[in-house]
Design a protein. Structure first.
Lengths: 116, 116
């Protein structure tokens, strides 16, 4: 990816924060296999409806989950965010780290003769 | 990346949590340009030493920053973690989302004739 990505700090705070919880990641993995109601999720994760709703809200605020209420049932689906900014940020971190390790390698190489 | 990545939930919680803060991401970006002391970072981000130290500790616990104290100066560097699991997790999310949108597209395509 070489196109310029504009980072929205609030968006990255929300998405990385939403991903920083094993249950929330597991909810997304579950939705990857198909839509689920709040009660499906509560039963799968052995949590209260209130507990699941809190996680669903955090994921929805971060754009990783969409929910729709029909009658008394709220159905959850994955998306709509594609996490492009998050991928781009992590890719940049990795490039910075590689560059640092390259510089370190060159430095170590250049001092090799010093111990003779 | 087609090799199997083993996810460590605690590790993903820590790294995504560490990345969920604009100042902490900015500290990492600063270290991408070269090492910095705690006081360098405090002055750059106009924060107290105590405030910066808290962020540095969170980043260090997540393996995104290494620090070394020589005399009275603590120097911070990027790494050592390469965020492979985090990249892999986000990649998987994106694949799940693509697959969901594909299924939705097929469904919409299959119902196209219904309105005639």
């Amino acid at each position: 990816m070489n196109h310029v990505v504009h980072y929205s700090p609030q968006r990255l705070d929300a998405s990385f924060g939403a991903l920083a919880d094993a249950t929330r990641r597991a909810i997304l993995e579950r939705l990857g296999r198909g839509e689920a109601s709040i009660s499906d999720l509560a039963s799968k994760f052995d949590m209260t409806l209130t507990g699941i709703k809190k996680h669903v809200q955090v994921l929805e605020d971060a754009g990783l989950l969409t929910s729709e209420k029909v009658g008394r049932t709220r159905t959850c689906r994955l998306g709509p965010r594609r996490l492009e900014q998050e991928m781009a940020w992590i890719t940049k971190y990795r490039q910075m780290l590689e560059a640092r390790l390259d510089r370190l390698g060159e430095f170590l190489e250049s001092t090799k003769g010093d111990e003779q």
